[in-house]
Design a protein around this ligand. Structure first.
Ligand code: BG6
Length: 484
């Protein structure tokens, strides 16, 4: 028999982006400021003070970018809508010019047979909602989000089938409310859990509304997922991994897919007085909302050992608190309020190589993760991000990013193995189509199939140049992955 199954016939080979990271046009045609517009302008918050004011100016290069997608043969394009472009003050009047930008984008995609995958929230909350209500710490943002979602559902329900509610809720709540290196720059574990609960309610509200208004569509959240490994077979390390899986993954996934918080962590947070207030109505709302698929953003997993804070950590084992790797952050010893502190330590995995930014490269973990999540929740999976951040160099007008091809090839292989295992997969969106702004690393950490001529000092001519990986991915798509 054949070693590997074929990719499904209508598999959505795609690429992804996010509004703040590509659009620019930060105040064009009536757009209101988002929390990222404000945060990136405050000194010291981002790498070399880079902002998304211009980004790669996709707002004014949209037609050119879609033409490149068509040239590549892309089957799907995942993008996010900037809430404050559509509703500048968050919950007031709709800005028709802003809505029209997305209308034109969707039309251009459809004309080229590219399936739009629309993310409702990729981290850029309207600043007005932060100012008026204190952002996600207030339940008043839920009706604002509902109104924004209704506007988009009604505008695009006939043209957009796939919708993502929140991008990496686990990452933006951690960075924004716990580690304090994303807006609103809060460092308070209790407030993080409280804001996270409110976002869960917003997520459930959006899903229920969607099912009323767009019965033929599919909606789900995109989660920043990584499987957790124990460093050794010591039972203490295995227990640490069970706990870390709860704190890093299940805390979100169980709510999305089962409509309830995981039992043991709920108890642990209650004992630590960190559990947010959850009313009976909240529980009922979470239970009622069922996503149609689960979006998975996969970069790498995590490895943990039993907590050795009391004892010296073996040299090389300890993972330093990293300011730019959202998937590996862990509370420092002094953050004793967190119940995770005695439960596990994140450590480097001795078997894995790392990218230039210290992110582990783990294609097998991709298969492990897809298998585990599908086994547990039995929802179709849609890989909404996966890719390699690298320092690409333009030489004689070309970019030879063979290392990216290797990285993607290895991940596509293990994804194909997961499909052969039986995982139901809708599609795969590589991160990213063009180079774009990395939230905390500026423009030099590149992910795209298409190089954009700009750097941290300025936009230059913003010329688009397909990299070697562009042509490689075009061929993969053409053959529906048969060569993998
Ligand atoms: C994901 C985000 O966390 O990772 C993207 O959804 C982000 O928006 C991507 O760009 C890569 O992260 P980074 O920090 O390398 O840009």
């Amino acid at each position: 028999y054949k070693q590997l199954d074929d990719f499904p016939k209508n598999f959505l080979w795609g690429a992804a982006s996010a509004a703040y990271q590509i659009e620019g046009g930060f105040d064009a045609d009536g757009k209101g400021p988002s929390i990222w517009d404000v945060y990136a302008h405050q000194p010291g918050n981002t790498f070399k003070g880079t902002t998304g004011d211009v980004a790669i100016d996709h707002y004014h290069h949209m037609a050119e970018d879609v033409a490149l997608m068509a040239k590549m043969g892309l089957k799907a394009y995942r993008f996010s809508v900037a809430w404050s472009r559509v509703i500048p003050d968050g919950d007031g009047a709709v800005n028709e010019a802003g809505l029209d930008f997305y209308r034109r984008l969707i039309k251009a995609l459809k004309q080229n047979d590219i399936e739009p995958v629309l993310t409702l929230y990729h981290w850029d909350l309207p600043q007005a909602l932060q100012d008026k209500y204190n952002g996600w710490e207030s339940r008043q943002v839920i009706p604002a989000f509902e109104k924004y979602c209704r506007t988009l559902f009604e505008a695009f329900k006939d043209d957009v089938k796939y919708w993502v509610t929140f991008n990496e809720q686990n990452v933006f709540t951690g960075m924004g409310y716990r580690w304090g290196n994303h807006p609103p720059k809060v460092q308070d574990t209790k407030r993080m859990f409280a804001a996270n609960h409110i976002i869960n309610l917003a997520n459930a509200t959006a899903i229920n509304l969607f099912h009323q208004l767009v019965p033929d569509g599919m909606i789900g959240p995109s989660f920043g997922y990584g499987p957790v490994y124990p460093l050794t077979g010591a039972p203490e390390d295995v227990l640490a991994a069970v706990n870390a899986d709860d704190f890093n993954n299940n805390w979100w996934l169980d709510v999305y897919c089962r409509g309830e918080y995981p039992y043991f962590e709920r108890k642990a947070l209650t004992r630590a007085e960190l559990m947010p207030e959850v009313t009976a109505a909240d529980d009922a709302l979470l239970k009622s909302a069922k996503p149609d698929f689960l979006g998975i953003n996969y970069y790498h997993g995590g490895t943990v050992q039993q907590n050795r804070l009391e004892k010296p950590v073996k040299a090389g084992d300890a993972k330093e608190f990293s300011a730019t790797d959202p998937y590996l952050m862990q509370p420092k010893a002094e953050q004793a309020q967190s119940p995770e502190v005695p439960m596990f330590n994140a450590v480097s995995n001795p078997y894995l190589a790392k990218t230039a930014w210290g992110w582990e490269i783990d294609p097998v973990g991709f298969r492990v993760g897809l298998r585990q999540v599908y086994e547990k929740y039995r929802l179709p999976l849609f890989v909404t991000e996966n890719g390699l951040g690298a320092l690409d160099e333009l030489k004689d007008g070309e970019i030879d990013d063979s290392y990216r091809i290797d990285y993607l090839q290895d991940h596509l292989k293990t994804m194909k193995e997961a499909i052969t295992d039986g995982v139901d997969m809708i599609g795969y969106c590589a991160w990213s189509f063009t180079d774009l702004l990395s939230w905390l690393n500026g423009y030099k950490k590149r992910y795209g199939f298409v190089y954009v001529d700009r750097d941290d000092d300025g936009p230059k001519d913003l010329k688009r140049i397909p990299k070697k990986s562009f042509y490689w991915y075009r061929d993969i798509i053409k053959q529906n992955g048969a060569q993998i």
